[in-house]
Ligand binder design. Structure first.
Ligand code: TMP
Length: 221
């Protein structure tokens, strides 16, 4: 059986990822693919408990980074790896790039320490070259933090990250830009500062080129 497809979705809070992730899930299911829809931090019972802690409890930046990777370790072993082995399409709402963007960019935490943790958690020991588990495609919903902040005003009660000032999200956005520049083959930067339809067309086009399929499946999220 061929290994599945791993797609992650990134962006600052308020970037509007959710409806497009749901739209892609429907698109893949219509093609007869089995879809595993999941998120970080979270995706397993233990990782969801860790999510509740990191999103609401104040803590040292190293503790925050370690908990993100602890949740990820469980998520990879329990959910992502088995799904990819089954041949599923794994659609993951945030993955390691979020740690580089939020803990590295936003909090200013040491980038190299994050790279060390990334190697510990994502090293594929089953492969001879010991490459890292990374998404096949990372869709980055990029928009100015001031626009995202306006969208978040109408949203639910903010968590620890959503309550941060715009300057924090400028740094998170810079963190994403740095990861994008370091991984140009994997990243697709989407202009999220446009109509939902316009965003969808860009998302669909990115995924179709990954699959080498023609555009315009007729889906909208
Ligand atoms: P969500 O609300 O989009 O599910 O994301 C949860 C929050 O956690 C969001 O504000 C981003 C943050 N986060 C990090 O700070 N580091 C990480 O590694 C991940 C995955 C999320």
């Amino acid at each position: 059986m061929t290994r599945g497809l791993f797609i992650s979705f990134e962006g600052i809070d308020g970037a509007g990822k959710s409806s497009h992730i749901d739209g892609l899930a429907a698109l893949f299911r219509d093609q007869g693919r089995h879809v595993t829809l999941t998120r970080e931090p979270g995706g397993t019972p233990l990782s969801e408990k860790l999510r509740a802690l990191v999103l609401h409890d104040p803590m040292h930046p190293l503790t925050e980074a370690l908990l993100m990777f602890a949740a990820r370790q469980e998520h990879i072993v329990q959910v992502i790896d088995p799904a990819l082995t089954r041949g599923d399409v794994v659609l993951c709402d945030r993955f390691t790039d979020a740690t580089f963007a939020y803990q590295g960019g936003g909090r200013g935490f040491d980038w190299q320490v994050l790279e060390t943790l990334e190697h510990m958690v994502q090293m594929r020991t089953d492969l001879i070259d010991k490459s890292l588990l990374q998404p096949d495609l990372t869709v980055w919903f990029d928009l100015p933090p001031a626009v995202a902040a306006e969208r978040l005003v109408q949203a639910r009660i903010p968590d620890k990250f959503e309550a941060q000032p715009i300057a924090f999200f400028e740094n998170v956005r810079n963190g994403y830009a740095r990861r994008c520049a370091q991984n140009p083959a994997r990243f697709v930067q989407i202009n999220a500062n446009q109509s939902r339809e316009g965003v969808w067309l860009e998302v669909e086009s990115a995924v179709m080129s990954l699959l080498a399929l023609p555009n315009k499946t007729g889906h909208t999220p």
